[in-house]
Design a protein around this ligand. Structure first.
Ligand code: FE2
Length: 440
């Protein structure tokens, strides 16, 4: 017996009018017009069904602290770090949890079912670690949360970080983090990369570092990260987050760097909303965009995914945790407007992110977890353009979020009609999802 049948959806690979049969929390079959009955059924003819969005880089401990104790006046990364330092003594486990829980609710409603969150360990009380371990446990049935032990104030620059980072890993944090560009010198930064990669190798853990989040083209810690990945046999388990200095690097040097990155299978994570906000703040004009070389990395065969990074915190005052907003910004900043490029951008917030996080059984294929999102849009192009309503969010075959279709009615003179923002030919059906009532 089929538990849930989804009728008539379009898929990210371009297939149209498909049915998806779900049994025991997994996808059983995807085909046109499946001749079978199911316990529950969603009519979503003409709507796009996609695997869930993946946020490859976030900070659940700093989220929703905007304005506490004040707003970042310069808009720079460094003032943001100082501001967070001012707030740290006032943190409580309950307050961190409450903010993180609220964000997780937003994420689920937006169709994001996996988040890799960095957690600041440059605080001897490790309150954020305790809080986010609880949140990870609480949301496990609904949301995959990975935690990265992140020495916000530097691994060597803050003397307590080495001990705290090991303690955090002992407590169950999943990934080793770092921030080499914030260490006191370039050589200290390189040493921190080596020390942290050795720690990860010894413990059998992945690495995800804030790496070269700077406009300084001479910030080249990615080079050391690639070298240590190869030396320590960490191939495929290491991620370089941000990599914004690459925006400003000499083209010749980058032409050497990218093949080395590909060879070591180092994943790259760009954070378009934050990169375009924080980088280039010291420029007059021309003003650099700052985002790393997404298009060139993808052309080299490097796995690139996107993160939201921040929502209403010392570094960024906006956001509602929408990975389509991230993709929309990334598309613009990277100037990836071609049809194939838009598909690559969509991948950066879905399947590429799943690869960065090492998620198993992710995707729309028989045998995969029945985790998917149905959008009020006909295809990827429309999803990126409209950032539409997530009509249904499904986890292991169960509907865990529902949002009513958005409709606007116009009265122009005597005529009253519905506005349709879709460009697709099957416009009407794409916005008329007949769904079962969301039962309590
Ligand atoms: Fe970050």
């Amino acid at each position: 017996m089929i538990d849930l049948m989804i009728r008539g959806v379009n898929l990210p690979d371009g297939r149209e009018d498909c049915d998806i049969a779900i049994v025991n929390g997994s996808i059983d079959k995807i085909a046109p017009a499946i001749n079978a009955t199911a316990r529950d059924e969603i009519q979503a003819v003409g709507c796009l069904a996609t695997p869930p969005f993946v946020d490859s880089h976030f900070h659940l401990d700093t989220v929703l602290t905007y304005g506490q104790p004040r707003i970042n006046q310069s808009g720079t990364l460094l003032e943001g770090i100082a501001l967070w330092g001012e707030l740290k003594p006032q943190l409580t486990i309950d307050a961190i949890k409450a903010r993180a829980e609220k964000l997780c609710h937003w994420a689920i409603a937006r169709g994001t079912l996996a988040i890799r969150s960095h957690v600041d360990i440059s605080d001897d009380r490790l309150l954020a670690v305790q809080a986010l371990l609880d949140v990870r446990r609480q949301f496990k049935p609904y949301l995959d949360i990975q935690l990265v032990a992140f020495p916000q104030d530097g691994y060597f620059r803050y003397s307590g970080s080495p001990v705290n980072l090991s303690r955090a890993l002992d407590m169950g944090v999943d990934v080793v983090g770092g921030i080499p560009h914030f260490e006191r010198t370039m050589s200290e930064g390189a040493k921190s990369v080596t020390a942290l990669c050795e720690l990860a190798a010894n413990r059998g853990l992945p690495v995800d570092m804030h790496c070269d989040e700077s406009d300084d083209p001479l910030s080249r810690h990615i080079e050391t990260l690639i070298f240590e990945t190869k030396r320590l046999g960490l191939t495929g388990r290491v991620t370089g987050s941000h990599l914004t200095s690459m925006h400003s690097m000499d083209n010749y040097y980058v032409s050497k760097l990218l093949p080395l990155m590909k060879e070591a299978d180092v994943h790259a994570v760009a954070n378009p909303l934050i990169n375009i906000t924080l980088q280039g703040r010291h420029d007059t004009y021309p003003k650099r965009r700052g985002m790393t070389r997404v298009k060139e990395m993808l052309a080299t065969g490097i796995n690139v995914s996107f993160g939201h990074d921040c929502v209403m915190d010392p570094w960024y005052g906006l956001g509602s945790h929408d990975m389509l907003e991230v993709a929309h910004m990334g598309l613009h900043v990277a100037q990836m407007t071609g049809t194939t490029e838009m598909k690559q951008i969509f991948d950066a917030v879905t399947r590429n992110g799943a690869r960065t996080l090492g998620l198993e059984n992710y995707g729309l294929a028989p045998g995969c977890h029945a985790d998917l999102v149905i959008l009020q849009a006909a295809d990827i192009h429309e999803a990126l353009r409209l950032k539409p309503v997530r009509l249904y969010v499904i986890r292991r075959g169960k509907i865990i979020s529902r949002t009513q279709p958005a409709t606007a009615m116009l009265r122009l003179g005597d005529e009253i009609f519905e506005v349709d923002f879709s460009h697709a030919t099957n416009v009407r059906s794409s916005i008329s999802c007949k769904s079962p009532v969301f039962r309590k």
